[in-house]
Write a protein that binds this ligand. Structure first.
Ligand code: PBG
Length: 308
């Protein structure tokens, strides 16, 4: 048909990334209330899920850990036998072809829920945090992660992680940087899923102001100079202009993260019969592609791969 001949944008399953939440313990499955269809899974169930994802045609997963222990320094984040490290080994063992990307952040591992270690005055200590993030990334690479994705937004994190990975022999492990990560209310359901809400305060000190685009471009340029391989924009739909701006300003591939709140809105409306879930999801992903994203991170990934 002529219509498909002149079509300007397309996408396929090969561009999708499925986020997953991994729980400590065995034989555990916990539905996330605010994200119907999404569950936190212990490693045995996670491996089954990874099998289904691979079979659906989705090439990659993004792993978030829900650890059993939290402390001030987030030490289970960089424990060789932490929940993410064990999960990576188990998935790579069962599904060697599936690309495993790990989220690198401390927020789910610190008792206070901030993305780094706190100083006496309650603000995040950027430099100490950098060392811990780099250590976390190295343990993920050692476990077999194919790519690491720092989401903490500390200054200098990409450079710190890059040099530590290189030093430890992982110069081939790429970094997907959450370059344009906004201080967004759309992360609400995720914080329930990852049990990572800050106990006090918020993340506005280290995440971007939703009012700003140029600031995102500056952050992305810094990440690129520090060695990022892929730049990420998050959330996706409310920030299509930011995806477009980064696409034009950088030669790196752009990833867009359709976050938990975007997922929850579509699910809730569809459950009420107010929206056609499949049509809306496909349209939203097409719009994110059209804006300039090469990689689509979405909780709908497995469903979309089946629909396509
Ligand atoms: C932080 C992190 C967040 C998300 C991914 N990594 C949220 C936050 O800053 O609280 C949000 C993803 C989503 O909402 O789906 N490490």
């Amino acid at each position: 048909m002529v219509r498909s001949l002149v079509r300007e944008t397309s996408f396929g399953s090969q561009q999708l990334v499925q986020p997953l939440f991994v729980l400590h313990g065995t034989d555990r499955r916990e539905p996330v209330q605010s994200m119907p269809g999404i569950e936190r899974l212990s490693i045995n169930h996670l491996v089954e899920e990874a099998g289904e994802i691979a079979e659906s045609g989705v090439p990659a997963v993004l792993l978030f850990g829900v650890p059993s222990d939290k402390d001030e320094a987030g030490s289970s984040a960089y424990d060789e036998d932490g929940v993410v490290q064990m999960a990576v080994r188990a998935i790579k063992d069962a599904q060697p072809e599936l690309i495993v990307i790990t989220d690198v952040c401390l927020c789910a591992y610190t008792s206070h829920g901030h993305c780094g270690v706190l100083d006496d005055d309650g603000t995040v200590d950027n430099d100490i945090t950098l060392e811990l993030l780099a250590k976390t990334a190295v343990t993920h690479a050692q476990a077999g992660a194919d790519m690491v994705a720092p989401s903490d937004m500390m200054d200098g994190r990409v450079g710190a992680i890059r040099s530590q990975l290189d030093q430890e022999g992982y110069s081939q492990t790429p970094i997907m940087a959450y370059s344009a990560k906004y201080a967004s209310a759309f992360y609400g359901p995720f914080r329930e899923a990852a049990q990572s809400s800050p106990e006090e305060g918020d993340r506005r000190a280290y995440q971007l102001d939703p009012a700003n685009v140029r600031e995102a471009i500056r952050e992305a340029k810094i990440d690129e100079e520090e060695g990022a391989d892929i730049l990420m924009v998050k959330p996706a739909m409310p920030y299509l202009d930011v995806i477009r701006a980064l696409r034009e300003e950088s030669e790196l591939p752009i990833a867009a993260y359709q976050v938990s709140g975007e997922y929850a809105m579509i699910k809730a409306a569809a459950a009420s019969g107010w929206l056609d879930e499949r049509a809306v999801v496909l349209e939203s992903l097409m719009a994110i592609r059209r804006a300039g994203a090469a990689i689509l991170i979405t909780y709908f990934a497995k469903d979309v791969a089946r629909w396509l």
